[in-house]
Design a protein around this ligand. Structure first.
Ligand code: KG4
Ligand code: ZN
Length: 418
């Protein structure tokens, strides 16, 4: 499986921040959906900087594609198989183990560690073969996603984090996946190397409005100050990424549909291909900041059924119209939210912001309204563990030790709905 690993960071030609009392090194672990991800990030508290020492994302897309969506029990099994190789690879990137090919001989681990992983038998076996053979890495916190997400998948990451925490005696910070998506936009490359970032956290103009658009969420969040999140709008049915994925399925495009629709829509625009009958823009003109995407999905389903043949050009035309519809809705809601809350900053997060068309539309909106826009780097938009290390650092004072049970919360809210 190692050849499937995707390196999203390569720490080339950059020396790590020297280890001083002012640095805090966080191991991030993310398993909330179909990406298994681990990162090691060294934070310098005095300078407000982050240096990514290691960052690996393994996508399970190939495994789930056959099912047309994420299959939770399969995701759980894949996380169990992938976590150890990804941890080893990431620690190796971080220069924290001299030999990533750890012994394959099973080694003794404390009974309490075995107990924590007793439900993840495959992971436990791999853990016993590898982890005790490496020296305790120089990390100060383990940050792990506890929700929202698929609970079977979340549990694997949580128990893995607890087992490592117990073995290495490192406190754990439970993290909210959606806060991670927000924080991924609150960093800025410092220019000296792609793995060095400045943390923007407290230094942006508040109140800020955050738009979170992913496979499971579509939310507008009011941030009156750093770390304060109030939901002011959300989807009443499907999430925006879900809409991309489901309409792509209707068009017989592979999972995940978002990137495919984005690519085909760009081709349609370049070739001047347009759908003859526009698709609806549900709730575009409603007074609320809530969204609805299931009507768009149904409209695509019925319209596509009526087509004699879904030719490649027709699929491109649908892709363009779906992307246009979704973009129009997002921009209309954000415009309304800006009018209502007069934010100083817009902070965007979630996998769907990898979409170039939506990025450009938000850039235009921010320019028109003279508001600072913060977008995550494309490779930090979809799920990754750098964002979880950022959440772990941000919440570093909320750490617990391994003995404290942590619970996966599939619907973990980011804040109250107001
Ligand atoms: O944040 P994310 O990686 O996982 C969740 O937390 O849900 O978001 C995944 C979603 C999927 O629905 C995927 O189709 C969508 O993000 N996505 C995109 C693009 N890349 C990923 N949607 C539109 N255009 C893209 N380029
Ligand atoms: Zn996500």
């Amino acid at each position: 499986m190692v050849e499937h690993l995707i390196d999203v960071e390569r720490v080339i030609g950059s020396s790590p921040i020297p280890r001083t009392m002012k640095t805090l090194t966080v191991l991030g672990i993310e398993t909330s959906c179909d990406e298994t991800a681990v990162s090691v990030v060294r934070f310098d508290e005095a300078k407000g900087t982050a240096h990514v020492l290691g960052n690996t994302v393994h996508s399970q897309i190939d495994v789930h594609a056959a099912y047309g969506g994420v299959f939770p029990t399969l995701a759980k099994r894949e996380h169990q198989i992938n976590l150890i190789p990804i941890l080893m690879k990431t620690l190796e990137q971080a220069g924290m183990i001299s030999n990533a090919a750890a012994t394959t001989k099973e080694q003794k681990i404390p009974a309490a560690v075995g107990e924590i992983l007793s439900r993840e038998t495959e992971l436990l076996e791999a853990f016993k073969r590898s982890v005790p053979s490496i020296a305790r890495p120089d990390i100060d916190r383990i940050a792990v996603t506890i929700g929202p997400g698929l609970e079977p998948a979340l549990w694997v990451g949580i128990n893995f984090a607890r087992a490592l925490s117990m073995l290495w005696n490192v406190p754990i910070v439970p993290c909210n996946h959606m806060e991670g998506h927000i924080l991924a936009a609150l960093i800025e490359n410092t220019g000296d190397a792609s793995a060095h970032f400045k943390l923007l956290g407290e230094n942006i103009a508040y109140p800020a409005l955050s738009l979170l658009i992913s496979g499971g969420h579509t939310q507008i969040v009011l941030m009156e100050k750093a770390g304060s999140y109030k939901i002011i709008g959300e989807t009443l049915d499907d999430a925006i990424g879900e809409c991309f994925d489901k309409t792509a399925r209707v068009l017989k495009l592979p999972y995940p549909g978002g990137p495919r629709i984005g690519a085909l829509a760009a081709e349609a625009r370049a070739q001047g291909i347009k759908l003859a009958t526009p698709l609806p823009r549900p709730m575009l003109d409603s007074d609320s900041l809530d969204f609805s995407f299931s009507g768009l999905k149904t409209a695509v389903l019925y319209a596509a059924k009526k087509e004699k043949e879904l030719t490649p050009d027709l699929v491109r035309a649908y892709a363009r119209e779906i992307e246009d519809s979704v973009t129009d809705i997002v921009i209309a809601k954000m415009r309304k939210a800006i009018e209502g809350y007069a934010p100083g900053t817009l902070v965007i997060g979630g996998g769907v912001i990898a979409n170039g068309h939506i990025r450009t539309a938000l850039e235009t909106l921010a320019q028109e309204c003279s508001i600072k826009l913060l977008l995550p780097r494309i490779d930090h938009s979809t799920d990754n563990a750098l964002m979880i290390a950022l959440a772990g650092y941000f919440n570093r004072n909320k750490a617990t030790d391994a003995g404290v049970p942590l619970k996966a919360v599939g619907t973990l809210p980011l804040g109250p709905r107001i």
